[in-house]
Design a protein around this ligand. Structure first.
Ligand SMILES: N[C@@H](CCC(=O)N[C@@H](CS)C(=O)NCC(=O)O)C(=O)O
Length: 368
């Protein structure tokens, strides 16, 4: 069932079929369109799962996020959640409801996030969760992509005089439980024949407080989170420049949206909402120019924005799903720059998170 609808749309606009005679294109187009319509209807009916039904009936997505990390997930003084991770929840709501505001945020610690997802307390987790085999299988979860390619590092006070992670033998290290961080830390020190004393604290604000109070020499987590901590959480009179992130990146931390096993259609919507943000950046579609782009002659852009219908129907959402995401949330690059990149206090480089076409790893499969 799932295979058939994918095959037919390939013939749709003829822009990759140079080997085919022009005269046959239009007929193929009509035939393919009819086949897609039939198959897509059957597929959507078969895959409308109970999670998606419940979300639709509720009228909002329950999105699990962290406790509070600048640039990624942070509630402002009005209680409005903002950040790159939050924007993925908003993109899913824009695709599903045409309204990025239809999200209820549930702050969760690293220890709570997957249990909350398994129990149905939340529909998806945007808690800077690393995509790993055991989480994807034994925990009964599904990662639907990678919204940020990260890696683990170490934050130390400059006064410690340490220049490399290799100098951390015997250090006291603050770390959160239930994380890949905890496991990598042990592996790294063992591999480098060093010892450490862990200080394990569940809540991120309490970890930061412990670190700044000197209860540990080092704070280790994803480099993105260390950059956020350094930019937003250093208590005066000390400031940003009193701390350094060591140069070693000791792990791969591909951070992804997570859903439960069992509702493939909802997983598809979460997967493609993120891909839509990435694809929009690749085709130069921004929140500022998306209305202009509706008039584009480019068949790819017409299909992405639903001017040529079909993609919304295939996904089981409104044809304007990508338009709504880009208009209300922005494309991936806009969200990155605004929240964690050059237009934010964090000033994180795009690095691995550049588009594939610009030397990075961010790559969306085609919306077609
Ligand atoms: N990516 C790692 C670590 C992610 C993680 O949960 N880190 C926590 C503890 S430092 C965090 O940054 N939470 C952010 C927050 O609660 O705002 C994982 O998936 O295990």
């Amino acid at each position: 069932m799932r295979h058939s609808p994918e095959r037919s749309p390939e013939a749709n606009d003829g822009n990759e079929g140079q080997h085919e005679g022009k005269g046959t294109m239009f007929n193929k187009f009509l035939a393919a369109g009819a086949a897609v319509a039939t198959l897509v209807t059957a597929a959507s009916a078969a895959y409308a799962g109970k999670d998606l039904d419940a979300i639709r009936a509720r009228g909002a997505i329950n999105c699990g996020v962290g406790i509070g990390t600048a640039g990624f997930m942070l509630a402002d003084s009005q209680g409005k959640w903002k950040g790159l991770s939050v924007d993925v929840c908003r993109a899913v709501a824009a695709a599903l409801f045409g309204d990025a505001e239809k999200v209820k945020y549930q702050p969760l610690t690293s220890q709570q996030r997957f249990t909350a997802l398994q129990s149905g307390e939340v529909d998806m987790v945007m808690g800077n969760a690393t995509y790993t085999l055991t989480r994807d299988t034994a925990l009964g979860l599904d990662f639907t992509g990678v919204f940020y390619y990260d890696g683990q590092s170490f934050l130390v006070p400059k006064a410690l005089g340490v220049k490399s992670a290799k100098e951390l033998n015997g250090a006291t290290v603050c770390v959160a439980p239930g994380t890949t961080t905890e496991l990598n830390l042990a592996d790294y020190f063992r591999a480098n024949k060093m010892t450490f004393k862990p200080v394990v604290i569940e809540k991120v604000d309490e970890i930061r407080a412990a670190f700044f109070a000197g209860r540990c020499d080092v704070y280790t987590t994803d480099a993105s989170s260390l950059a956020a901590t350094r930019a937003a959480n250093v208590p005066p009179p000390r400031s940003f420049d009193d701390f350094v992130i060591l140069p070693e990146i000791i792990s791969k931390e591909p951070l992804g949206p997570v859903v439960r096993h069992g509702d493939n259609q909802f997983a598809d919507i979460v997967r493609w909402a993120l891909y839509a943000m990435i694809e929009a950046e690749e085709y130069g579609i921004t929140s500022k120019n998306v209305d202009e782009m509706l008039k584009s002659d480019n068949p790819v852009i017409k299909r992405i924005l639903g001017v040529t219908p079909g993609m919304g129907k295939a996904l089981g959402v409104d044809e304007k799903w990508v338009y709504n995401i880009v208009k209300q949330v922005g494309n991936y690059g806009e969200s990155f720059d605004r929240n964690v990149g050059k237009d934010s206090p964090l000033k994180i480089e795009r690095g691995l998170n550049k588009l594939w076409s610009q030397g990075g790893l961010q790559y969306a499969p085609p919306i077609r």
